[in-house]
Design a protein around this ligand. Structure first.
Ligand code: C2E
Ligand code: CA
Ligand code: CA
Length: 398
């Protein structure tokens, strides 16, 4: 049986893997999200043990990733936090449809770990062998993606931009749309960015090429929307890895081409840019000076949200969807969203909630004073060809 362990403390990951090997398993460890995701696809584990508290990300987001890939094996969670944290993480795993069978409070003893592995073995003995991970639409085979293949895809038009509308809370009219990349893989079908962005971001040339491709495709779509008389600004995601030169804003302008006013394109970057990258503040300030709006994405999930807000002149805050998703049942998430909305207001920034899936959550957010809403409740991300009639219908609706 094969175990994959994710822990940013390398020694601890190795310890867990050693105990597993001693118990007759094969085991691999990953110290980062990108490692974890690529190992997951390279060799499908029977079971996974995740540390909840990781430097760059957290175990919950990796649980979401496992759920997205329809991972079916047993999962163990470990954390130095108290049982309360572990048990709510376990609940979240359950609500995602995952089989979180054990929670392990650190420090972890060899005997406890052996017990957990024995439980895994029992569970796995009764199950049929796991099918491949789903990286695209359900039912499609998994891909063994390589960076060479990704590079080829960028040159051969296998990428496509989908668009998800964002509506103003007061009028429910579309304020802008977010461009989200998809890969139409010739063998595997539609592949979502969660399965290939880590691969792209690990290679400077590829992430630069990918973002260039997104920028020029989005610019072409902006022009078409204007011609069709449904002009709407497009938000493009920029990766932290793209921000390496102070000339980057000029590069962006040259890719967008002439005749596009800055108001028709805006940018989203995650808060991690602020801490990891000394040039980011410089580059992003120049982008703002050119007149582009800038959103801080996944706000509240990292360690540096407030630091990022202080250092970088953002114009919008996007409240991370994990808080929004939990709003209906979690008082803590409610308190957090409430204070982020207040923070945005007092800094004169617009607040955007992403991941709005139900009318109840939308109403709650509107009551809290959110400015914009985005999520499946309004529309899933759709291909450009469907966006045009969607916008035309709404602009003529009474
Ligand atoms: P993100 O920027 O936070 O984008 C929002 C993600 O949430 C999208 O996933 C979207 O499909 C999903 N989503 C939207 N509404 C809902 C909802 O109501 N419920 C749930 N459960 N999910 C919702 P997607 O398209 O799979 O993209 C994942 C991430 O990949 C994005 O997260 C972004 O970080 C990255 N990404 C996507 N396109 C690009 C791109 O062109 N460039 C870069 N650098 N990153 C991209
Ligand atoms: Ca985004
Ligand atoms: Ca986000």
């Amino acid at each position: 049986m094969h175990l994959l362990v994710l822990d940013d403390e390398v020694q601890l990951g190795t310890f867990v893997a050693d105990v597993a090997t001693g118990a007759g398993w094969t085991a691999e460890t990953a110290a980062h999200k990108a490692d974890f995701r690529s190992q997951l696809f390279r060799r499908l584990p029977d079971a996974v043990i995740l540390d909840l508290h990781l430097g760059e990300t957290d175990g919950i987001s990796e649980m979401r990733f496992l759920a997205q890939c329809q991972f079916r094996g047993p999962i163990g969670l470990m954390s130095g936090f108290d049982q309360r944290v572990l048990s709510s993480a376990k609940q979240i795993g359950g609500s995602l449809g995952l089989d979180v069978v054990e929670v392990l409070e650190k420090p972890i003893r060899v005997a406890t770990l052996r017990g957990v592995l024995a439980v895994f073995e029992q569970l796995l003995a009764g199950k049929p062998a796991a099918g491949p991970l789903q990286v695209g639409a359900p039912g499609k085979p998994a891909a063994n993606l390589t960076s060479a293949e990704l590079d080829g895809a960028l040159r051969s038009n296998e990428m496509e931009l989908y668009y998800q509308p964002i509506v103003a809370a007061d009028t429910l009219k579309v304020s802008h749309v977010e461009a989200l990349i998809r890969w139409n893989h010739p063998r595997c079908g539609l592949i979502f960015p969660g399965a290939f962005m880590p691969l792209a971001e690990a290679n400077q040339k590829i992430i630069d090429r990918l973002t260039d491709w997104v920028l020029s495709a989005a610019a072409a779509h902006v022009r078409t929307l204007r011609q069709l008389r449904v002009p709407v600004p497009v938000a493009v995601n920029i990766s932290a890895a793209n921000l390496r030169s102070v000339e980057y804003p000029d590069h962006i302008e040259s890719i967008l081409g002439p005749g596009l006013e800055p108001g028709s394109i805006l940018f989203e970057v995650t808060e991690s840019v602020a801490t990891r990258n000394p040039l980011a503040a410089d580059i992003l300030t120049r982008l703002r000076l050119k007149g582009f709006e800038l959103s801080i994405d996944d706000f509240g999930t990292g360690y540096s949200s407030l630091e990022a807000l202080r250092r970088i002149p953002f114009s919008n805050i996007k409240v991370d969807q994990t808080f929004v998703a939990d709003l209906a049942w979690s008082k803590d998430s409610l308190a957090i969203v409430n204070s982020v909305v207040a923070l945005a207001r007092s800094m004169q920034l617009a607040s955007i909630a992403e991941g709005v899936e139900t009318l109840d959550v939308a109403r709650q957010l509107i009551d809290l004073g959110i400015d914009h809403l985005q999520g499946y409740h309004y529309s899933r991300p759709i291909p450009f060809g469907q966006l045009v009639p969607w916008l035309q219908e709404r602009s003529t609706a009474p």
